[in-house]
Design a protein around this ligand. Structure first.
Ligand SMILES: Cc1cc2nc3c(=O)[nH]c(=O)nc-3n(C[C@H](O)[C@H](O)[C@H](O)COP(=O)(O)OP(=O)(O)OC[C@H]3O[C@@H](n4cnc5c(N)ncnc54)[C@H](O)[C@@H]3O)c2cc1C
Length: 288
């Protein structure tokens, strides 16, 4: 029989995770975990439900930026005006997950820890330079989010550790992000390819900082340094966009499956990265 625990505080949750025997799983929204249990892919001995921990439900401004609690739903991210204004790309990624019903339960931390190569929030979080606050028996550490997923369904968290929050940096002036994915259906589908771009421009619309990340084209989301280099020092003219697309397509190492061939994913990655760059640039106030 599965032992179900619903701690009310973070220290209680940590104590439970440290002392529980057998296969211990954290439950946030459960939109991945319960599906995997039903499919008998996993059989937990202990489930630690973190949804009742008040401090983990909040989205709050901090000295360094914004902190999104591990139990804050993707739906609540979409309703948070300041977050949406500062990080429109992160919020649009969270609000593409499933449906209203799924977003009413699911979290970006669950999306991150579940580590699907096609997860929507991961590319946007990496592009944003987000960090995960991880707490475990040996104390706490801040990890860049790209250090959490290590392969399909696998993450780098150690026994007894959990992510408590996602920390987004403060938004610099004249900067913005964007996230786009391609799915055959408009809703309730998993990305065939996705792209996130986060950039900063100067007063002349020249890009001074850029992060470009692709999803669903490798075993984890990948940053594309060559695309970032193509953006920095330029405005978003045709030549720059073409260089971004070329660099992104060249960085792809996707699988062939029923949802997309290698050739198709490789081509679409370039197209989506270009469009995400255009959207981020326009949001940052870029003018041709
Ligand atoms: C119908 C449907 C549609 C979906 N559509 C999409 C989609 O469009 N895009 C997409 O990316 N995903 C989609 N998903 C997958 C899922 O909804 C997302 O991955 C979601 O963000 C998971 O969040 P959760 O809070 O429900 O995670 P949970 O299921 O609670 O947890 C997922 C995993 O993360 C671990 N975990 C959770 N919280 C923590 C923590 N704080 N610390 C450490 N580990 C933790 C759990 O133990 C589990 O292994 C869909 C799922 C369903 C059922």
């Amino acid at each position: 029989m599965v032992r179900y625990e619903a701690p009310q505080t973070t220290p209680e949750a940590i104590a439970l995770l440290a002392s529980a025997k057998g296969r211990v799983h954290i439950l946030a929204g459960g939109t991945d975990l319960i599906v995997r249990m039903k499919g008998e892919y996993i059989e937990p001995d202990v489930i630690v439900d973190i949804k009742r921990i008040k401090s983990m439900q909040s989205i709050r401004k901090t000295a360094a930026g914004t902190s999104i609690g591990a139990a804050a739903t993707c739906g609540s991210m979409g309703r948070h005006k300041a977050l949406k204004k500062a990080w429109p790309g992160v919020v649009e990624a969270a609000n593409l997950i499933g449906s209203d019903q799924i977003q009413g339960r699911c979290t970006i931390v669950g999306n991150l820890c579940n580590a699907s190569p096609a997860a929507d929030s991961i590319p946007a979080l990496i592009a944003a330079g987000a960090q995960a606050l991880v707490i475990g028996p040996k104390g706490e550490r801040l990890l860049d989010v790209d250090k959490i997923p290590t392969g399909p369904g696998k993450n780098s968290l150690k026994k007894g550790e959990m992510v408590v929050s996602i920390e987004l940096p403060a938004r610099a002036p004249r900067s913005a992000d964007a996230y786009l994915r391609f799915t055959p259906r408009t809703e309730m589908d998993i990305a065939v390819v996705s792209a996130a771009v986060n950039l900063t421009i100067d007063k002349k619309s020249v890009i001074t900082e850029a992060r470009v990340v692709l999803g669903a084209v490798a075993i984890t989301a990948i940053r594309v340094p060559a695309a970032e280099a193509a953006l920095i020092g330029n405005t978003l003219d045709e030549a720059t966009l073409a260089a971004v697309a070329e660099a992104c397509s060249a960085a792809c190492n996707p699988i062939n499956d029923k949802r997309g061939t290698v050739e198709y994913r490789t081509r679409v990655a370039g197209v989506l990265a270009k469009r995400a760059a255009q959207s981020a640039w326009a949001r940052a106030g870029g003018k041709a």
